[in-house]
Design a protein around this ligand. Structure first.
Ligand code: ARG
Length: 457
């Protein structure tokens, strides 16, 4: 027969073994033990302040909880399925130490508001860690953009060479994305850092709790205003899973570029040996696995978002046991986004850049065709017409096997009498980049300005 349950009063006989293991969350929610104990300490201090328990009882319970915390942290205690979940496990272990008074901890509280609190506290930490790691990655991107300032590469649309850009500008594009990601997490944190404690099972409690006191003790910004919502809401977790998904999407795009930029075909980058692995059959191989796995792990993080979205969509108010399934997707996304941020930071730190190869890639593909069209437009030809003329120039080059810069002045003049001596400079690579100094553009003045602004932050 299974262990006696804390809720066993109304039950005759034990729980079926299968049901015990099917319903238990202890194997994974034990991860919440710190947050669970932190929440319980705040709760019991409030109970004492409100004279619901005596100061001595509260002190004994707090001491007991801290002892359990140490035991778990030290790996000194293992729980089994009969312990059901982290809340039951911690409470019963504490009560073993404290005696009957331990049974007072749960006064005015339900596991429904307790678990909502634990998840909020867990996510608050996860968010802070993630925002910190995003900060490190962003700093590295700025450092690399500074280091490679002036290096020109092809910018792409449709994976076709489009216009020359500064490599720094490309790196800083990711910086912008990761900045918005950090903002998204910070926004999720605001809604997460609100205390549900005091909602009880769903309707509030008959004890004179001071909800503000508990919230303040926990460093939370406020309390949930509706007890039913407080125990039913998992939006805050969905906000986190969404922010994690968008971050992974950005990391995945960056990883994808690292994969093909480090290929022989591109050769723009090489990744350090320490971040690559070999093939068991092809001795020459050095594979960009870290980047590939960042790209690959994006799938599970998206999946976790849809997992919880789906769990929640059909649930009537208030708490339903389905909601126990919220934890594994949250834990998995928190861990995955953390690991991928660490991996991406190592890649950015470790990559070396082949500046020559990047510049050479600008030579083919008519990257300055837009500049020729702009040149003609500046000479008074309407842009649409200038575009058409330039298109013909490109067709001519293709037929002759020439690059734009191989064309003589005489050849160019045949396309338009407006072409003058200054055309050579206008369609040169460096000129093309140099001229794009609109705010947010790839011109060195514009990029320098952004770089300085980011460095001063
Ligand atoms: N382990 C449960 C969960 O994670 C705790 C809340 C249980 N509440 C209940 N009424 N059975 O959701």
């Amino acid at each position: 027969m299974a262990k006696k349950k804390a809720w066993g009063g109304r039950f005759e006989g034990g729980t079926d073994r299968f049901v015990e293991s099917f319903t238990a969350s202890i194997p994974y929610d034990i991860q919440l033990y710190r947050h669970d104990i932190t929440g319980s300490i705040a709760h019991v201090r409030m109970l004492a302040k409100q004279k619901i328990v005596t100061a001595a009882e509260a002190a004994a319970i707090e001491k007991g909880l801290l002892a359990v915390l140490e035991e778990i942290a030290g790996g000194k205690v293992t729980f089994d399925l009969a312990d059901e979940d982290v809340h039951m496990a911690v409470e019963s272990r504490m009560t073993q130490k404290v005696g009957a008074a331990g049974g007072k901890l749960h006064t005015g509280r339900s596991r429904n508001d307790q678990v909502a609190l634990d998840l909020r506290l867990y996510l608050r930490d996860a968010i802070d860690e993630t925002v910190g790691l995003l900060g490190v990655l962003r700093t590295r991107l700025v450092e690399r953009a500074e280091q490679y300032f002036g290096v020109v590469m092809p910018g792409y649309t449709h994976v076709q060479r489009a216009q020359p850009i500064l490599f720094s500008h490309h790196l800083l594009a990711y910086h912008e994305m990761f900045t918005r990601d950090a903002e998204r997490f910070a926004d999720a944190r605001r809604r997460t850092n609100v205390s549900p404690l005091g909602a009880g099972a769903l309707a509030g409690t008959t004890f004179p709790l001071d909800r503000n006191f508990t919230a303040r003790t926990l460093g939370m910004d406020g309390v949930c205003e509706n007890s039913i919502d407080a125990v039913s809401d998992r939006d805050f977790a969905l906000d986190f899973l969404h922010a994690a998904s968008v971050t992974m999407m950005h990391l995945s795009r960056m990883a994808e570029e690292m994969v093909f930029w480090s290929s022989t075909e591109f050769g723009f980058l090489s990744l350090p040996d320490a971040l690559c692995t070999g093939s068991s059959i092809m001795p020459q191989k050095k594979n960009p696995d870290v980047a590939e796995l960042i790209r690959g792990k994006t799938g599970r993080v998206y999946g976790n978002l849809f997992n919880l979205m789906t769990i929640m969509k059909g649930l009537p108010l208030a708490y339903n046991r389905d909601m126990q399934e919220d934890k594994e997707p949250v834990f998995d996304s928190a861990r995955t986004v953390r690991d991928c941020l660490i991996g991406a930071t190592l890649l950015i730190e470790g990559m070396s850049v082949d500046e020559q190869r990047m510049r050479d890639a600008c030579d083919d593909g008519f990257l300055t065709a837009t500049d020729l069209a702009d040149y003609l437009a500046k000479k008074g030809i309407p842009f649409r017409k200038a575009h058409e003329i330039t298109g013909k120039v490109v067709r001519y080059c293709e037929a002759e096997g020439k690059r734009l810069k191989d064309l003589s002045l005489a050849e160019l003049k045949k396309f338009s009498p407006k072409v003058g001596e200054d055309v050579r400079d206008a369609i040169s690579l460096s000129h093309s980049v140099k001229m794009r100094n609109t705010r947010g553009g790839t011109g060195p003045d514009a990029v320098r300005k952004r770089l300085e602004a980011l460095k001063s932050k």
